[in-house]
Ligand binder design. Structure first.
Ligand SMILES: Nc1nc2c(ncn2[C@@H]2O[C@H](COP(=O)(O)OP(=O)(O)OP(=O)(O)O)[C@@H](O)[C@H]2O)c(=O)[nH]1
Ligand SMILES: [Mg+2]
Length: 414
């Protein structure tokens, strides 16, 4: 069914690496500058400009991070520190939303009744009250000022906003209370309702691992980096060489307020990867983005249609990534597609992953009107899975080259 291809092993050379010629280090600056200019010119002539588009939280930056892991330079300590701060701040956001959900569901008494001392030397009631006072209602001030560990490897990062650094510090100060709350069965039950507060599905991995993440020696792993969440507010460009092809990749912010920037990067685009989260069929946009209740999958479908119809992208190949397959597979077991008002026409069997995916593929296909709109190719992806992404990246170059040569319209899946 698919048009996927198996290419030779990927040559891992980034553009910046290929320019760091020994002559530059030897002080032979003319040679180095000439080579740099020649390298830039060659790159400009041969590059494939690739844009990552799609709504907020669909996984664009995660795909961008995967390209860096697979084809780019290792992260610097400065970057690792930044991700460490973001991971810790993400945990505060998750536990705060979970406690708000406890209230919303009227379950506060369940947490306040329990007075048995846990392993952490704290009762669940104490843990709940601490988190509510310091992290949710902000009634109380930092209980342990001055206890910031100067030997903490992650520490503070100038690459992120002050409030993210502050949340990372709050995490270290309240880690015991967070751990006690997360370990309770009642909190696990609240977790099942996380979609109501738009809690990031992957952050369960962080909540389960707070001891490692709070250690002074903590350095984020690739997995931590891939699942941590930071909203994109400025577009970022990186250059890679994949299978002898030069890619210039653009990551842009996908939330509604960020999309006005998109037009700035449309010039000369060779290919678009449109990323939509398959798992969001039963979720609504956050109220920060809209003041009405709006379904996220409908938002993706509408945006996809707008991109396909954009005149500036008329000649551009479009690769549609139906992402978050892993979450979709888990969710479909308890959240029936036809129970969502927008998708009540789904008449396949409940809890069937393949039928569910096919149904949404057809929904996206239905948004392509007329064959003047370019070419599209669908992949079902899990952006946090490096092996899955490598397989897909290996095939992208060939798809783009082929679609540029062959004018015929194609829309396949793998
Ligand atoms: N489990 C799982 N999580 C994913 C997947 N793709 C992305 N995520 C997570 O979803 C969250 C949002 O992903 P991002 O890559 O930041 O989304 P984005 O499209 O760049 O969002 P904006 O920058 O707001 O436009 C992150 O925490 C990711 O780790 C996936 O396939 N599976
Ligand atoms: Mg992003």
């Amino acid at each position: 069914m698919g048009q996927c291809c198996h290419s030779k092993p990927t040559e891992v050379v980034t553009f910046t690496e290929s320019l760091s010629h020994p002559s530059a280090a030897n002080g032979d600056s003319h040679v180095a500058i000439d080579q740099l200019a020649a390298g830039n010119k060659k790159f400009e002539l041969e590059k494939i400009k690739l844009l990552l588009l799609g709504p907020g939280e669909s996984g664009k930056s995660t795909i961008f991070k995967q390209m860096r892991i697979l084809y780019g330079e290792p992260k610097s300590n400065d970057e690792l520190r930044m991700y460490g701060v973001v991971v810790r701040s993400n945990i505060i956001v998750a536990i705060r939303k979970l406690c708000m959900l406890v209230r919303q569901l009227g379950l506060e008494l369940k947490f306040r009744e329990e007075s048995q001392v846990t392993n952490g030397g704290m009762t669940r009631q104490q843990a709940y009250d601490e988190v509510i006072s310091y992290l949710v209602d902000n009634h109380a001030m930092d209980p342990h000022p001055g206890t910031i560990n100067q030997n903490d490897w992650v520490g503070h990062s100038n690459r992120v906003r002050p409030n993210i650094n502050k949340e990372a510090q709050l995490f270290l100060q309240h880690v015991e209370a967070i751990r006690v709350l997360w370990e309770s069965q009642d909190m696990k039950n609240v977790w099942k309702k996380r979609a109501l507060e738009n809690i990031n599905d992957s952050h369960k991995d962080f909540l389960q691992d707070v001891t490692r993440i709070s250690s002074p020696n903590y350095k984020p792993t690739d997995h931590d980096i891939l699942i941590c969440r930071i909203r994109t507010t400025q577009f970022t460009i990186e250059r890679y060489m994949v299978n002898d092809l030069n890619f210039e990749v653009y990551d842009v912010g996908g939330q509604r307020g960020q999309r006005k920037q998109w037009i700035e990067v449309f010039e000369g685009v060779d290919a678009v990867i449109f990323v939509a989260a398959l798992s969001e069929y039963d979720q609504n946009l956050s109220l920060n983005e809209t003041n009405r209740v709006e379904n996220r999958m409908i938002e993706s479908l509408n945006l996809f249609q707008t991109v396909m119809q954009n005149r500036a992208l008329k000649e551009t190949s479009v690769l549609l990534f139906l992402n978050k397959k892993d979450i979709f597979e888990e969710k479909i077991l308890y959240s029936d597609i036809s129970a969502v008002a927008h998708f009540s026409d789904y008449n396949g069997p409940a809890r069937d992953v393949d039928e569910g995916i096919l149904y949404f593929i057809r929904k996206f296909q239905g948004r392509i009107i007329g064959d003047e709109l370019g070419k599209a190719f669908i992949h079902v992806t899990c952006a946090t899975d490096t092996t899955n992404m490598k397989f897909i990246f290996d095939s992208i170059g060939t798809i783009i080259m082929q679609s540029n040569i062959d004018d015929s319209y194609f829309f396949g899946t793998d």
